[in-house]
Structure formats: C-alpha cells, structure tokens
Design a protein. Structure first.
Ligand code: SAH
Length: 268
C-alpha cells in the first residue's frame, strides 16, 4: 500500500504577532509594538497588559480579553491557541498582546509551536520585561563588575506536578558566580523561596520587592533575604511583584534609604 503524501498545511493567509506591551507604563511600548497594534484586526489581550495601550488599536479591531492569572479563573491556554489559529486561518491579522516581553514567562514557546504546526506565520515583537522596568525605576543596574557577573531569571510558580526550581542549588550558584536573581511570580511561594535560598546566600543579601513596576501605583520595599516574607506580609504587597535579589542592590541600601525595611512608596 502506498503511503499517503503528508497533508499540506492550510494556506497561511493571516498571521499572528506576539507583542510585548511592557511592564505597565504605556510610554515603554516600542514603535514596532505600536505599529503592530495599529495594524491588527484582532487583538487578544493578557491581563497584565495596561489597557491604555489599546488606544493605538484601530477602532474596527476586535479586542478579546484572554487574561489568566495564577489561581484565578482564566481562559484555558488551549482555547487561546485555537482562537489564534482559527482567526489567522480566516485571514485576520492577529496580535497577541502580553505583559512585559512575550518571551519571558509568557508561554510564547508553546504558542509559537502551536501556530507553526498549524502553518501560520508568527512574528515576535519584544517588550520591556517587568524586572528591567523595576530596576530602571530604582536606578539600579542588573549587573555590576564588582557585584554581579550575570543574571538568572526564574519563576516562583511551576507548572502543576513539576517540582519547580531547586532554590538551594540556585543559591549556591548565585553566590559562587555572583549572579543577581530575578524572581517572577514569586509572591505566593516567598516563604519557601526565602528559606531555601538562605541555604546558600547570606541572610543580609539585599532584596528589592517591586509591585506594579512603572505604573503610578508602583510600590517597592527593600529588605534583607531573611526578612523577605515578613516584608511582603507587613507591607501587604501582592502580585504582580518582581523579587530582585543580590549584592547589586547594596548600592540602594548604602544610600541609607532603607535599613530594616521599607522605602517611601513611589518616591525612592
Ligand atoms: N512576560 C512578562 C512576565 C509574565 S509572568 C514580563 O516579561 O514581564 C507574570 C509575572 O511578571 C508577575 O507575576 C510578576 O512577577 C511579573 N510582573 C509583570 N508585570 C509586572 C509589574 N508591572 N510589576 C512587577 N512585576 C510584574
């Protein structure tokens, strides 16, 4: 029996662009993102996107909110992928608008795979990731020739069933190789992250917690690693927060703005 020829993918008439909306401040959109949003006929919006960026959209664009926060009711990922595929097959110019940069903890890897398998053209437009927005607001570098030779971006929220990050191993590596740790989605697991990291990092390692980075509602606190969870609780800080951990933040502490705890909100 002859093998059937493989099915040709359906003609890719439409396209999908994964666009980073940045951490919050709408002025941090790239020009390329503005152009992509303006050209879109369908826009699928994640929940950490500042909706004011939709001012760049065409009035005729169809806007679909597909937000999904950890632990909250959400649009299933499979549904979002199907929607992107079906809209692109109809010939729509689809923009998938994501907070920060689409390539950082945005599930873009899965989406790119699904779209390519369906024969759809995919483009990616970078955005400013939350940690970089947060660091800029603190006037602090991510690396430093004396304190931080590199950076490790890590999530505090693993997929169900996945044991997630080995924080102890990470702490040892961070100390030995002088790395700044940048933790996304770390609020819920903060106590465990703190306890485990203390196996390899000093108790007085500086930590900056930045909530709502780059937005008017931004709040930040600086503390030491042994007070991370306590500071989050006392200051009632909540997601979305980035945790920035490492000696590169010592400069902030030296400025004397901090000591035990908390910096004046929004006016560091
Ligand atoms: N792609 C995004 C990250 C998505 S994961 C990016 O590049 O920024 C969602 C996590 O990002 C949140 O739990 C939080 O840790 C972080 N985050 C997103 N926006 C933020 C903001 N404005 N301030 C602080 N953290 C933010």
């Amino acid at each position: 029996m002859m093998n059937k020829p493989p099915k040709r993918p359906a003609a890719a008439i439409g396209q999908v662009t994964l666009v980073g909306a940045g951490p919050g401040d709408p002025d941090l959109l790239t020009l390329k993102a503005v152009k992509a949003i303006a050209a879109a006929t369908v826009i699928l919006v994640d929940d950490l996107v500042n909706e004011t960026v939709l001012a760049h959209a065409s009035p005729s664009a169809r806007i679909v909110y597909v937000g999904k926060r950890g632990g909250c009711a959400s649009t299933p990922q499979a549904f979002i992928e199907k929607l992107m595929v079906s809209e692109a097959h109809k010939g729509e110019n689809v923009v998938r608008l994501k907070g920060g940069d689409p390539l950082v903890f945005g599930r873009s890897g899965e989406e790119i795979e699904a779209l390519q398998q369906a024969g759809i053209q995919v483009h990616v437009v970078n955005g400013i990731t939350a940690a970089l927005g947060a660091l800029a607001s603190l006037n602090t570098a991510l690396t430093h020739r004396d304190h931080a030779h590199g950076v490790l971006m890590v999530t505090g929220h693993a997929k169900p069933g996945d044991p997630g990050t080995d924080w102890r191993a990470l702490a040892h590596t961070a100390r030995q190789t002088k790395l700044t740790l940048v933790v996304y989605m770390g609020v819920a697991a903060a106590q465990r992250i703190q306890d485990e990291l203390l196996h390899g990092l000093a108790a007085d390692t500086p930590v900056a917690i930045v909530q709502d980075a780059t937005l008017p509602s931004q709040r930040q606190a600086l503390c030491t690693l042994d007070c991370l969870h306590q500071t989050l609780t006392e200051e009632r800080m909540a997601s979305p927060c980035v945790l920035l951990i490492g000696d590169v933040l010592r400069g902030l502490a030296r400025l004397g703005q901090v000591q035990e705890a908390v910096l004046a909100r929004g006016q560091m």
